[in-house]
Design a protein around this ligand. Structure first.
Ligand code: PLP
Length: 484
């Protein structure tokens, strides 16, 4: 024990000596600290699993502020060099491959090793650090312990009744939807919801209005199913119904995200909602209302759903647990009009699927015991904070050369950055090569691009130093891409 303490002390004083030559006329000090640690690791002077000095100790040894050292540590942790272990201290990540030839700027996990962490600015993930895992594990354990023989057969194709009941109850107060549990069909994610809808009510050759820009995952899935997609532009009021009527007058479906347009986060206006419902009623068309994250609107209450206004029974409402709980669950649902229950039941049976019941039961418990509402409330506050933090940090790092063009809603920002020559696609490609998970808006367009920019998620920005270091890295990437 004493020997270990002596070794740790020796390592610390070596590292402190290493840092002693930091200069304030070159790169910012925190980047110099990062570079020194990376060199020490690459040269084998520090090995995976080694403890590194505490922020306080190194800051006092070098006469720097703790904030500077902390920022460097956050960057190193975020790049996979360091691992924080709470009170136990900070260590060189044991999963790091110790190799002198490793590049200093690239992420350092072995490529084949799946990382459970979100990539910087990665779209589509809720805050993985804020999920109430303890409560959830307790509910899962309880359900597992109760497993009886009757639960070993095939699951109910339309979903566990207890969950369908809970979903129907939640939708009544959160989205103004009055429905019976029998109208709710549980699926294995949004694409499974679309597949069910196609199986139930789609006819070969039916045209589909698809928002442009719109969700590329759904777009690729529908194209693979040979659907005829008609890109319809989106403006500040949501999908432009008049354009849809002009460009694809015979379409029989419209797939829309009226609460938080994906990806622009605009809310469909009341007039547009009226126009869309009128179009559907007149032509006996179907509106697929994709309500994937309506809970997240930060300056006002979420709007009433289209489904709640659906007098003509033309709306198929789809929801998902990916954003409000977590995506690994692979659970979503469709709410259909009463007149379509039989058709959807048949489609469900013919697809022969049904989802594993254990997690359906756990979600039902989570909702029934009040955890769901509490979780949503907490997440709304957390996301509002993280969103504002990213807006502030981008302003701090980029100044007036960057702006947010999306309203305060959803789980990402749409950012525009002044550039000279580089396209957003190029910036995104360079950022990807550096381990980022942001996306260019171009990916979301089918037709001529009406709006350009970058999509940056803020959900997993767990601290300001982390956001600062990522924004600084992004700025460096933008500058480098402009010079290329
Ligand atoms: C527009 C949109 N719809 C639906 C979903 C939900 O998809 P899933 O249930 O497959 O996770 C997402 C998730 O990112 C989305 O962005």
């Amino acid at each position: 024990m004493q020997e270990m303490a002596i070794m740790a002390k020796q390592a610390f004083s070596d590292q402190a000596k290493d840092m002693a030559l930091l200069r304030d006329d070159g790169d910012p000090i925190y980047l110099q600290i990062c570079a020194r640690f990376k060199t020490a690791i690459a040269e084998g002077r520090m090995a995976p699993g080694d403890r590194v000095p505490s922020v306080r100790a190194l800051a006092s040894e070098l006469g720097l502020s703790r904030g500077t050292v902390n920022l460097a540590y956050q960057i190193l942790a975020e790049q996979g060099y360091f691992e924080f272990r709470g009170a136990a201290g900070t260590f060189v990540d044991p999963q790091l491959k110790s190799s002198a030839s490793r590049s200093n700027s690239l992420p350092v996990r072995a490529p084949s090793e799946p990382s459970s962490n979100a990539k910087p600015f990665q779209l589509g993930l809720p805050a993985l650090d804020a999920f109430p895992r303890k409560t959830w594990s307790r509910l899962v354990s309880r359900r597992s312990r109760q497993l009886g023989a009757e639960q070993l057969g095939y699951p109910e194709p339309a979903g566990l009744m207890a969950l369908r009941e809970r979903i129907a109850a939640c939708l009544a107060f959160s989205r103004g939807i009055v429905c019976q549990p029998e109208q709710v069909f549980v699926t294995a994610g949004h694409r499974a919801s679309l597949a069910l809808i196609m199986q139930a009510v789609f006819r070969p050759g039916d045209g589909i209005w698809f928002e442009d820009p719109g969700y590329p995952v759904a777009r690729e899935f529908l194209l693979a199913m040979q659907a005829r997609l008609q890109p319809i532009p989106v403006d500040q009021d949501g999908l432009v119904v008049e354009e849809g009527r002009k460009r694809a007058p015979n379409a029989r479906f419209a797939i829309v995200t009226p609460a938080n347009q994906s990806p622009l986060c605009v809310m469909m206006s009341k007039d547009r909602r009226g126009e869309l419902l009128k179009w559907a009623e007149e032509g006996q068309c179907w509106i697929v209302e994709d309500d994937y994250d309506s809970e997240y609107r930060y300056n006002r209450r979420p709007p009433l759903s289209l489904k709640a206004m659906d007098r003509g029974e033309r709306v198929l409402f789809t929801g998902s647990f990916s954003k409000v709980l977590y995506p690994a669950l692979r659970l979503a649902y469709v709410v259909v009009p009463p007149s379509e229950i039989d058709v959807f039941e048949r489609a469900c049976r013919s697809m022969g699927s049904g989802c594993p019941e254990l997690h359906q039961a756990v979600i039902a418990d989570f909702i029934e015991q009040g955890y769901f509402i509490r979780h949503l409330k907490k997440m709304r506050m957390l996301y509002a904070e993280r969103r504002q933090m990213l807006v502030d940090v981008m302003q701090e790092v980029f100044g007036d050369s960057a702006r947010t063009i999306s309203p305060p809603a959803g789980l990402h920002l749409v950012m525009q950055i002044d550039r000279h020559r580089a396209s957003y696609k190029k910036i995104a490609a360079l950022a990807h090569a550096d381990g980022f998970g942001l996306q260019p808006l171009a990916l979301w367009h089918m037709g001529p691009q009406s709006v350009d920019g970058l999509l940056l998620s803020f959900t997993n920005l767990s601290s300001r130093p982390m956001a600062q270091s990522l924004a600084a890295r992004l700025k460096a990437i933008c500058i480098a891409s402009d010079k290329e």
